[in-house]
Design a protein. Sequence first.
Lengths: 232, 858
Amino acid sequence: MEERGALSEINNIFHARRFAYDILRRFFVEEPSKEYLKPFIQKNMIDLFPFREDSGEIQEGLNKIKSYLATHDVLTIEHHYDDLHWDYTRLFVGPFELTTPPWESSYVRKDRLLFQGTTMNVRGYYDKYGIIVSDFNIEADDHIGLELDFIYHLNERCIKMAEQNESRGLRQLLRDQQRFIDDHLLKFVPEFSRLVMKEANTSFFIGLAQVLHHYLLIDSEVLQELMTIDNL
Amino acid sequence: MLDIMSKINEFKMSRRAFIGWTSAIAVTTAIPVSRGLVAKAENNIGIAETDGEGIWKTAACWHNCGSRCLNKVLIKDGVVIRQKTDDTHKDSPDFPQQRGCLRGRSQRHQVFNADRLKYPMRRKNWKPGGGKKELRGRDQWVRLSWDEALDIVATETKRIIGKYGNESIMVTGGDANIRNAMSAIGGFSACYGSSSWGAWRWIWENMGIGEGLIVNGINDRIDLRNSQLIVLWGANPAWSTMGSVTYNYLQAKKAGARFITIDPIYTDSAHVFDADWIPVRPGTDDALAFGIMYTLLDEDDPAANPLVKWDFLDKYTIGFDEAHMPEGADPKDNLKDYILGTYDNQPKTPEWASEICGVEPTKIRELAREIGGTERVALLTAWAPARIANGEGWVQAFSALGMMTGQMGGSGKMTGVSCWEYAGNMGPFLLTAGGKGLPSITNPIDNLINENEMWDAVLNGKFLQRYEKERNVNIQFIYHNYENHLQTRSNIAKGIKAHHKVEFVVTNAYALTTNAKYSDIVLPVATQWETAGAVKGGNREILINWSKIIEPLYESKTDQEIAEALLKKLGKDPKEVFPITAEQQYFNQLAGSMVMKENGVDYEPLCTITAQDIKEWGVEGTPQKGRITLKEFVDTGIYQVPRKAGDNFGFIAYKDFIDDPEANPVSSESGKFEIYCKAINELSKTAYSEIAPIPKYEVKVHGYEATFEDWESRKKGKYPYQMINPHYLRRSHSTLDNVPQLREAWPNPVYISRKDADEKGIKDGDTVLLSNEYAKSLRPAAVVETIMPGVIGLPHGAWVDIDEKTGIDRGGADNLFVPHIPKGLGSSGFNTARVNFEKWKGEPLEEDVKWEQRIIKF
């Protein structure tokens, strides 16, 4: 009974992570869509972002996003939406020179080349879990949005296991996530976020970059701590 | 530092946050993300390894070894790095794991063996029409492209059909792919044989009993624990049925059953079950059965010593005595009078039997008292004693013994075949696989050549179309579609001659098997690890499904792909024969898989299948509700129904019939167990030799009597030893014999008794020369106390390896020595061969494991 209780309680953490990573992966993998912005704004999701109490930086980032949305009605005023959309495009897509490239390779490699060892290393993680990039070899695997999506996917597995009260293999799953965050995401996100905060036109993406960086720091700690729980 | 426990507690206390996240996610989940990570199609199956090294998938263990176990492989970076077996649940006697054996665990060594056929190849001196045909088996090889190879096969097929007709094509092997393709272009001459069944193959239905695979003749394993005496007559599960069977018998042992084994060999099973061993000469089990039955009649006293169950015989059988003969039969032709020798003046006394079977008369009487005097007996035989020429009488006699002692249709009482994965555990399948959904293609040619005659038919141009009459046939093209007939059917030497005669020989194979070695064209086949996947039944409690592990290696293609490509070359639309993809076939099997409900009567679909599943699989189908999700079944690779005493899955064979014989007749003409079976006698009149309607002792072709030059004076002949070919754990029939680590573990000696070896001055490990009128073969001797003197045990299935200079085989191929003389309904006489042996004076054999592997050089 003890174990059952613990696993279902830990599941609260997984649900928090699902919520956080879903927001982050969506806003970093593609241009913001009205379809998603609608519930995001109307359900006040920004106020539900977990671990904001544990990090002043996260709270600060959230406030920036909030103030942007308070002054820009992206759901009804077309050019407000266009501005936000353009901010993503110019930051992460182009066609002008990308001052904030969204790929890990651009930060960790001297040659800054994509589809080399760094991309393949990330691909190895995906492959291990039977996952593949939907635009295989069209988009590099180490895109920030995809790397966040990967953590989101593994967290989904954690939720499923917790729901089935299956702890076998859970520790490994947590360890792999932490390794991936430490060895990949956190290897470039500090610099990436710094650049985005510098280059973004909208306080939406400035705030988001700040949240991203500091949430990953917290989450790495969360994973570290979860692995110290005995019955896992 | 973050305090995770207090965080967890905080989340727990404040339900508001949790509700906020889940309700937001509930709304946003439906909103698509245009790019992201998706499940990898070929990797979307399996279970992640705990240490994160890769994905465990269930892999095919497809051989007909007589078992079915769970075989799992660990895949990392598309490569198989490790294997394991069933650990899907805790092991217990009622709910045992389906553990694999050394062969299954060596499967990685087979699939990735250096000797895989890698490319289509042709014999160097091949020419249209055959070229230098005598070089088959020792010619060099030339690599071909698939296009060239299929062109040759298609061109020769057309030429041979044009010149000799479709009858001139002989297709061997049970796989449907090439058979269907050949049927679609006009047909072929087919072969048939009794294979593993022996004489059980064609007579059981007429007798009203089961043969052990198609129809169940014994009780389930939980009920086996109620038997007080278990007689294993020619059954050695520890060697012939790996997996959980021996374990099941052990539960009966633990529950108090005594074991007796009747066998030329003191088997590992006898050892494990601490059985009393009754050594018996091969092919003489019928004589022993008659000796037992005589004793039962002789010592029976309905009041003081009731050994014969007269009520049972009267109510459920016909033909035992004069008073219970079917209409039209000669009343004198009953079993009782035959046993007593009333009309032939030869009572089948233990003394009479002992002369033939080698069991002491006192032992025979003892055995009779044990079987007749024990309340609940499991009289179990495997097929081996019937895998002889003239074996039908044994099947009849064994069955009659069970009927005479009433050991049928009750708890702990059973008489019948107990082998394969169904050994000691029969009853309706608790799980069944769905069909593939392929159309069946009728072969327009109805030639059916008995395997004992197949090489003679090639060489002499005629064969008996069983139950009809002799036919002429001109075989000019042998297509070995599957299996290894040149190796695994009787008389390999004559088979090689036949292969030297015909104009064209093609083999689909994944290693240079004996079939492939003697071919003109070899086409490399992908193994079952490289095909789409399949659902396979095992013992009645399990259903296994294996998925694709790797892409076809080298240039190999799947059997279906080869058949499709060939059809195309022959100008046929492959879609007519293969209208659906291999993936669809796998899916159909999964979707059609059924599991028995708790009530023990009805079935429900095993898998729940959603519209999303169907979309992801890219197949046609209808969503359905089942017991577990499709994903769970495919990821786990097995579903097993747990058993326990008193559940609704128990089974007592023939119980319906025993309870109400009128309402539930058995399959015979009379609806009763037919000790006198007119139908068998009628059938045999248009087959190979007449079979008496009742069990009668018959001298067997190359049986014990044939080891004497003069039986009356007991003067031994040229080939004074009887040879049997026990199934051997190095391989499954001939498959896996090329795997080095199995060769190392199981060196494949010839088993010789200490007595016989001493007489010939042969020591353990000496190389001996085995010989008879068909062949010569070398093997190292294993001199043992555990085989009956006069009997030589040459393990079944070793790959023949003939030295072209001396004509002597060094592989120890059993079927070199087995005669090919069909008798009765045409069963093969694998366990009745006769040989001589002597110490080999030439160079001693090197251990098999040190031999160079059979790899094509070109």
